[in-house]
Ligand binder design. Structure first.
Ligand SMILES: C[S@@+](CC[C@H](N)C(=O)[O-])C[C@H]1O[C@@H](n2cnc3c(N)ncnc32)[C@H](O)[C@@H]1O
Length: 290
């Protein structure tokens, strides 16, 4: 029998570091993309959170990973989308390896790191690079991949045999083969529009859609503690999961509640087929994220 419980959406104007309104062990999956340390777009926000250098920015995020660990069920999954940064340091431009720092900090928060995905965005300008024309040796390799880092809380999640929600949530062989490969090169970035003015940092619906279907069951609860425009929340709800979104910035939260009243900014691409027989995933929205 299909699972009958209708999904609910809960939006919280709060801080990912203090998820007090969310009960311990009540969330099955976290899908999120935090503000990226050392990306200028997020400097002012990190400063408002008291963080002005790389370590302090990752300390802010680490507090959020600890809270995610608390609210997840045993065996629940945390999936973090993050990109590295290239920015001046004491000796000139250098890599700020946000993905590596996040792996270390989330593991320190108690999570088991799992194999990760390289999200290689189809690039409008494949030859774009930072450097000096065609002369070696001082050019930089282009940062055209982001990371999707999955973690588990403890051991594998245990489910009753023949759980109908699990059967209802199955994916196809084609989906499995594409989604569980280490490089995703078929998802374009999302168009950007922020309530604060400038870019929102939104990911395309295809990213949370895939992660929700890969790592949760119909009827589960999915959390995004850095909700932004709510892409995860709308994707999860459309796929028959209950969704919780937490957003700290006042203007972004106001925009999020407005889009909630209109049913979300746009339906996720795969939502139509959430309960239909599995099919191949669609690509992301048009327009680059970066
Ligand atoms: C990269 S954006 C998330 C974008 C989102 N995935 C989407 O598709 O719209 C990060 C969001 O986290 C929010 N944020 C930053 N610090 C926060 C905190 N401590 N608690 C909750 N939200 C926070 C920012 O205001 C921003 O909206």
């Amino acid at each position: 029998m299909p699972t009958a419980r209708p999904p609910s959406v809960r939006l919280i104007h709060g801080d990912a570091r203090h998820l007090d309104p969310i009960a311990s062990g009540s969330v099955h999956l976290v899908v999120t993309s935090p503000p990226y340390p050392m990306i200028p777009q997020w400097d002012a926000l990190f400063a408002r959170l008291g963080a002005t250098d790389y370590d302090a920015m990752h300390a802010v995020l680490a507090d959020a990973w600890r809270e995610c660990h608390r609210v997840l069920v045993p065996g629940g999954i945390l999936a973090i989308n993050i990109g590295d940064a290239l920015r001046a340091g004491p000796h000139g431009f250098q890599l700020w390896p946000n993905h590596a720092e996040t792996l270390v900090r989330a593991a320190a928060a108690g999570f088991v790191p799992l194999p990760y995905v390289l999200w290689k965005k189809p690039f409008n300008k494949p030859n774009a690079f930072l450097g000096s024309g065609f002369l070696p040796p001082n050019a930089y390799v282009t940062l055209d991949c982001e990371f999707i880092l999955p973690f588990r809380k403890g051991r594998l999640r245990r489910l009753p045999p023949h759980d109908p929600a699990r059967t209802e949530s199955r994916f196809s062989r084609a989906e499995r083969d594409r989604w569980f490969s280490q490089v995703w090169d078929d998802v374009r970035g999302a168009p950007q529009r922020s309530a604060r003015g400038g870019r929102s940092g939104a990911f395309p619906p295809a990213i949370p859609e895939r992660l929700v279907r890969m790592f949760s069951l119909v009827g589960d609860t999915v959390l995004d503690p850095f909700a932004g425009t709510g892409t995860t929340v709308w994707a999860a709800a459309a796929l028959g999961r209950s969704a919780i979104g937490v957003e700290w910035d006042d203007a972004t939260y106001r925009e999020l509640t407005r889009s909630s009243r209109s049913g979300g900014p746009s339906p996720p691409e795969d939502a139509r087929d959430a309960r239909a027989p599995p099919r191949s995933p669609g690509g992301g929205s048009a327009g680059p994220r970066d």
